[in-house]
Design a protein. Structure first.
Length: 229
């Protein structure tokens, strides 16, 4: 129906890919947002009630403000930033506080959601909060299941068998006796099983907790592509 009724040449739109998904939807990618909007409008006009175009929107960036004082909370973070950092030109509504957490080193951090312009004003800056100067960085953390050590779901939703994040064995991490030279990442090992071309296989001789894990880095790259920077 799309190919019969829509001519990308007529509306000057370049199609990067067209893929049918398992749920019956069709995923179309273009190089520019303007092209996607033009294509969506053409589908609305020519396909009417037969097809519904939905324009994908990128997510807003999230930032982490490190080492925040105890009296800075999600209720007063924006107001404090505006008052103590006038040189950054933050306006009311530019920051949406999400949550705060404390690390194992008892460092308190606060995560906020911002638009692309506010991110550019804050990223890699040191902001004043009370009596403390805090560093601002991108917050990009994927969900990793503590049960099976795979990504994009949580432990309470996992139906897989428990997997050690160090060696991929069927035991808990506290019971693991494997030495680092024999670590094995379940995510990279699974990827290698799916890839037929041995030249593109990745190293799996590391734990799933390794920040340099190729599977983790590939996932973070996909996340970045979906964020409006």
């Amino acid at each position: 129906m799309l190919k019969a009724k829509i001519n990308p040449t007529d509306i000057r739109v370049g199609i990067n890919s067209l893929k049918t998904l398992t749920d019956g939807r069709v995923l179309i990618t273009t190089s520019r947002k303007e092209e996607a909007e033009a294509l969506g409008n053409d589908i609305k006009e020519k396909c009417r009630e037969e097809l519904e175009p939905i324009l994908h929107r990128r997510r807003n960036p999230r930032l982490i403000i490190r080492n925040t004082p105890e009296d800075i909370t999600i209720t007063n973070i924006e107001k404090t930033l505006i008052k103590q950092n006038p040189e950054i030109y933050i306006q009311p509504g530019d920051i949406i506080p999400k949550f705060c957490f404390t690390t194992k080193k008892v460092t308190r951090n606060l995560v906020v959601e911002v638009n692309a312009q506010t991110r550019k004003s804050l990223i890699q800056k040191k902001v004043k909060l009370g009596w403390v100067i805090c560093k601002v960085e991108d917050y990009l953390v994927p969900n990793r299941c503590f049960r099976c050590s795979r990504y994009n779901h949580r432990q309470q939703d996992c139906k897989a068998e428990g997997t050690c994040p160090l060696c991929s064995g069927k035991h808990k991490m506290k019971d693991c006796t494997v030495t680092p030279q024999h670590y094995k990442c379940i995510n990279c090992a699974t990827y290698n099983l799916r890839v037929q071309d041995s030249s593109v296989r990745t190293c799996d001789n590391h734990s799933t907790l390794d920040r340099n894990c190729p599977s983790l880095q590939a996932l973070l790259d996909r996340y970045r592509q979906n964020i409006d920077y």
